[in-house]
Design a protein around this ligand. Structure first.
Ligand code: PSU
Ligand code: MN
Length: 363
């Protein structure tokens, strides 16, 4: 069946008889616009753990060359835990799951003249139609990962409710996607450029299971281990995290991590159910705390004064860049970049360990 209804049918991607992701069905659902790297294809067809990675962080979230070195380092950390990394992006009218080094460089290089679009759920179709280059956000990455049966995803900080959202209504599509697409997302909480109490409120409204990783219930705020808020749940170690993530999937017998909500299974738990695993900054990286917070407050103030807060998808990249500029030249600049990287790398280690536990449970 050639498939004009292709994109709409993705949610129906299922499993082959051997309990593995049906890649032929996934390809057909994307009407031939899906490209899997050899490594990812092999992993998906043999039931090896696959962990998704986003690419907005490469195209819009981090400066060059740290964006590239971090992308490579996250991949190698996941491999060191025997998971296969699947970095997701849009290139030349195709959805790529698993990127080559050259493709990562193409996304990361500021001298590459191709326009690079920040791709959330709503942007996937237009960027494919224009054959453009797109870095997928948490929402965009979750959607694509799910379409090939990947259920675990490592990132830095998720999007959330912006400060002043009570008038701007700027609430990241990441939060809504977590309510729609079943996925376990490992992150370091949300950056303090956001309104964290309201972010947690929306996650609750969306039915997302939020759990802090470690022995304290504090919900982390990226650079600091506590946002002053608590997560409703705490998991102590990778095994406990895996058990929590696995729970909504008990009716599923397949081997690919985290795949859920097939129409032919009799579900007993709410579906879709996403888990947001919030990993606090490791204690050995002392926080740049107060200084970062000053820069954040100033950046948020300026964004309101200059009307940037009403510029939709530009808001988050603008704030991230401005916090970077405000700390430029100070010792804090280096520390911040290094902290950013350390944090995400730490998330990748946790994600890799959780993936290994999930794989054991599915043997
Ligand atoms: N937060 C960060 N770094 C980032 C992002 C968020 O600390 O790079 C990126 C992620 O890709 C996230 C997106 O999914 O920004 C959210 O953008 P928005 O707020 O426009 O939904
Ligand atoms: Mn927004």
């Amino acid at each position: 069946r050639s498939s004009p209804r292709g994109l709409a049918r993705q949610a129906a991607v299922g499993l082959s008889r051997r309990g593995l992701v049906d890649l032929a069905a996934a390809r057909q659902a994307w009407s031939g616009r899906l490209v899997l790297s050899e490594e990812v294809e092999h992993a998906l067809s043999t039931g090896q753990p696959v962990v998704a990675l986003e690419s907005t962080i490469i195209t819009h979230g981090m400066p060059h060359p740290v964006n590239l070195t971090t992308a490579l380092s996250l991949e190698s950390i996941l491999r060191s835990h025997r998971s296969v990394p699947a970095t997701i992006a849009l290139l030349d009218g195709r959805v790529h799951v698993g990127l080559s080094r050259g493709e990562l460089e193409r996304l990361a290089d500021p001298e590459n003249p191709e326009p690079k679009t920040k791709v959330s759920r709503r942007d996937i179709a237009p960027v494919l139609a224009r054959r453009g280059v797109g870095g997928t956000t948490v929402a965009g990455t979750m959607y694509v990962a799910r379409s090939v049966g990947v259920g675990l995803f490592v990132t830095g900080g998720i999007g959330g409710v912006h400060r002043g959202a009570e008038s701007s209504m700027d609430i990241s599509a990441d939060l809504i996607e977590l309510g729609r697409t079943p996925m376990a997302v490992v992150c370091a909480g949300a950056k303090s450029i956001l309104d964290i109490p309201r972010t947690l409120e929306v996650l609750e409204t969306q039915g997302v299971c939020v759990a802090t990783y470690g022995d304290k219930p504090d919900f982390p705020a990226f650079y600091t281990p506590s946002s002053g808020m608590q997560s409703p749940w705490t998991v102590r170690d990778p095994q406990e995290a895996a058990r929590l993530i696995r729970m909504p999937n008990i009716s599923f017998s397949g081997r690919c991590l985290g795949v859920t909500d097939f129409p032919d299974t009799s579900l007993t738990l709410p579906q879709p159910l996403s888990t947001l695993l919030a990993v606090p900054i490791p204690s050995e990286h002392s926080t740049a705390g107060a200084k970062v917070q000053e820069a954040v407050e100033q950046a948020v103030r300026e964004s309101v004064e200059q009307g940037i807060d009403k510029r939709g998808k530009e808001v988050t990249p603008w704030l991230l860049k401005r916090v970077g500029e405000l700390t430029t030249g100070s010792a804090l600049e280096l520390r911040l970049i290094r902290l950013d990287v350390k944090l995400i790398e730490n998330n990748a280690h946790v994600g890799g360990r959780v993936a290994a536990e999930l794989a054991k449970m599915q043997e």
